[in-house]
Design a protein around this ligand. Sequence first.
Ligand code: COA
Length: 260
Amino acid sequence: MNTPTTVPEILTHLDAGVMTLTINRLERKNAITALMYAAMADALVAAEHDPSVRVVVIQGHETIFSAGNDIGDFLNKPPSTPDAPVFRFLHGISSFPKPIVAAVCGPAVGIGTTLLLHCDLIYAGDNAAFSMPFVNLGLCPEAASSLLVPQLMGYPRAAEALLLGEPFTAETALEVGLINRIVPPLEASVLAHQQARKLAGKPLPSLIETKRLMKKTLASVTAERLAEESISFGRMLGEPASREAFTAFMEKRKPDFSGV
Ligand code: COA
């Protein structure tokens, strides 16, 4: 393997079998750049093969999980090939064999929500706000969310979330089964780590086999959908609607889709 990417915006910490990945770019609301995806993808590969890692925790800050993909990156260096860091990360998290626990507080936008579809236990602060505004950005779903979101919440609610791009609260996320529990924001990371430590004390082969069996029905269709979405998403990143949406975001104005 090449030298793993490490960046200060992705903190990694290993303690008693639990590897914590912290998204740490508060000044940009934890928006994720290509380098950050590369760091997370490399950390997951290392965690998969490192026997001292039994469980992974993914977290942001108690005020923000992630504002999704960095919009400046989308404009200036859009991921155009299947081996782009974002797609490497999505492949890595969706096929990660060991348990992943997430702590989510504040906004979780775009991939900030869709990456959760590949976590096993999710603890949310009562300030969590989930959204998948791909259409509003001239894009389409990623992370196999076009498959997994309708499957999780039923088509009508999925249409509100994915066609209208409407945000939803922690209560709704709990009701539809996206998350496990709602707690005060400062407690989400504590609870995620408590649960991760419980998992880390269990026999790892049993955890891996149980996760594999629970995910088996959807594993190959998920991988297929991920690949299909990546192609569409990559293409749409170069089209006029998304260019207008990203430029409007950078210029702090409403996008004008009248021409597309
Ligand atoms: N990419 C790049 N920069 C981003 C960003 C993103 N996805 N999200 C936020 N930022 C930047 C803002 O431009 C702002 O920069 P500035 O200080 O130079 O003006 C800074 O982070 C703070 O963001 P702001 O919007 O002022 O914070 P907020 O608390 O009012 O709102 C969000 C937080 C997450 C709700 C809001 O920033 C947002 O909607 N971001 C875009 C989300 C998005 O569309 N992501 C793509 C999904 S595919």
